[in-house]
Design a protein around this ligand. Structure first.
Ligand code: SF4
Ligand code: SF4
Ligand code: SF4
Length: 272
């Protein structure tokens, strides 16, 4: 059982959040929602430990499609960043606010950018594309994320300042249009830059939260330098260009790690 401590800990964290929110808000949805997500992620970690090749993709499809189809389209909850601003401005502690707090703001202190590797419905589609490992050097255009981040904030603030009616309905359509725009841009960029995760590296506004918080992440891939033979394979298979042989928090692209474990699976010396 000892080797399964990570999925067990992950399940306990999510179940604690589920029960706490259920009891404090008196809403069974929170219990079911966070239990489902926690179980899916724990299942993925369990499958990974059992060396199942597609473990991460199983979780990503389970969680990503649930959030996109059930929460977004059926429950009509805008789970994109503009939904977060909207509920924040209205002062309503709704699913989108809780989702951001858990998955993208405070959660990354524990599980880094696990969201990006195991749950995001945008990456769920992008990861089907052919460039799983970047074929070209990284570009210095990460500043674009600050523009998309600011644009989302300005868009929602403008709706409030202009006292536009029926913002709830606008938020639903913004969710649909935003997702279509993300998919189109993400797929086009992946082919243009020969990198499935180009959208994540340069455009995604959520990384403005994710990157600084994941710098302090409890869960990190670490290198046992006594075993490492500096073959460089871990860097060659990494979709996010992380220098995982450097154990410091300042390692190159350290806040980009999505905990996909490709480096761990491919290390010939089990040094990671
Ligand atoms: S960087 Fe953005 S688009 Fe990419 S996986 Fe993370 S949240 Fe999703
Ligand atoms: S793949 Fe393993 S042995 Fe090779 S450089 Fe990376 S950590 Fe070292
Ligand atoms: S290959 Fe390793 S370092 Fe790169 S993103 Fe995946 S887990 Fe992180």
């Amino acid at each position: 059982m000892k080797k399964y401590w990570k999925p067990i800990l992950m399940w306990i964290i999510f179940e604690s959040v589920a029960i706490t929110l259920w009891l404090t808000k008196g809403n069974l949805f929170y219990l079911l929602n966070f239990s489902y997500i926690g179980l899916s992620i724990s299942l993925g970690l369990f499958l990974f430990i059992r060396k199942y090749k597609h473990a991460r993709r199983v979780v990503q499809l389970l969680v990503g499609s649930y959030m996109l189809v059930y929460l977004g389209l059926i429950c009509r909850e805008n789970m994109q960043i503009e939904g977060f601003w909207y509920y924040l401005f209205t002062g309503v502690f709704e699913a989108a606010t809780i989702h951001y707090a858990v998955a993208k703001i405070f959660g990354p202190l524990v599980f880094g950018r696990g969201w990006c590797g195991y749950a995001c419905w945008t990456a769920m589609v992008l990861d089907f594309l052919p460039y799983k490992v970047p074929q070209e050097p990284r570009r210095k255009i990460g500043w674009i994320r600050y523009i998309t981040f600011s644009a989302s904030l300005i868009f929602v603030a403008a709706l409030f300042l202009a006292k536009v009616g029926n913002i709830e309905r606008i938020m639903f359509w913004a969710f649909i249009v935003g997702n279509v725009a993300y998919y189109v841009t993400g797929i086009a960029l992946a082919f243009a830059l020969k990198d499935n995760r180009a959208f994540c590296k340069y455009i995604c506004p959520i990384t403005v939260f994710l990157k600084p918080m994941s710098y302090f992440s409890l869960f990190r891939v670490k290198c046992d330098t006594s075993k490492c033979i500096s073959c460089g394979k871990c860097k060659r298979v990494c979709p996010m260009d992380v220098d995982v042989t450097d154990n410091s928090r300042k390692r190159a692209n350290g806040t980009e790690c999505i905990l996909c474990m490709e480096c761990v699976r491919n290390c010939p010396k089990n040094a990671l």
